[in-house]
Write a new protein. Structure first.
Length: 156
């Protein structure tokens, strides 16, 4: 009896998964289908934050996919669709935000940090090489005599 109850609970739990909505849209041609796929991969889900709307199961992602399909049907260009989404959800909705005054740090910040790190490492290495060269050249008279004695001892 317990097994039947567990099986019934499990099947009821899986019934919701089995009825998950799958987007099925009719496109005029393969070019429009490719544009749809490109746009849904380029735009980020506002709720999931690190998934594109093509892969997200969030309700808002489904709404955005419908909106993109509708706008493609109206004949709008990719840029018009992206501009609409950015106006509505901000630059965050794009995986590759446009280069402007608000996003220049996002585009050039990592390169600047990397360049700064390489510069700092270069300065440290240069200073240490200089110190080693200075320290290696300077021997006291006592150290020179001891070195000469050790070298003479090894040759005997």
């Amino acid at each position: 009896m317990k097994r039947w109850l567990a099986a019934a609970v499990l099947s009821l739990g899986l019934a919701g998964v089995a009825q998950a909505a799958i987007d099925s849209y009719e496109f005029r041609d393969d070019a429009e289908r490719a544009r749809y796929a490109e746009l849904t991969r380029e735009l980020r889900c506002p709720k999931c934050q690190n998934q594109d709307i093509a892969d997200s199961n969030a309700p808002i992602a489904a709404d955005l996919r419908k909106e993109i399909y509708r706008m493609l049907g109206e004949g709008q260009s990719n840029q018009q669709i992206i501009d609409f989404m950015v106006d509505r959800y901000g630059n965050f909705v794009r995986y590759k935000p446009a280069l402007n005054s608000g996003t220049w740090l996002l585009w050039f910040g990592p390169a600047a940090l990397l360049l700064g790190g390489v510069l700092v490492i270069g300065i440290i290495v240069t200073r240490r090489r200089g110190q080693r060269a200075e320290d290696a050249d300077v021997l006291s008279d006592e150290e020179r005599q001891r070195l000469a004695h050790l070298l003479d001892k090894n040759h005997e």
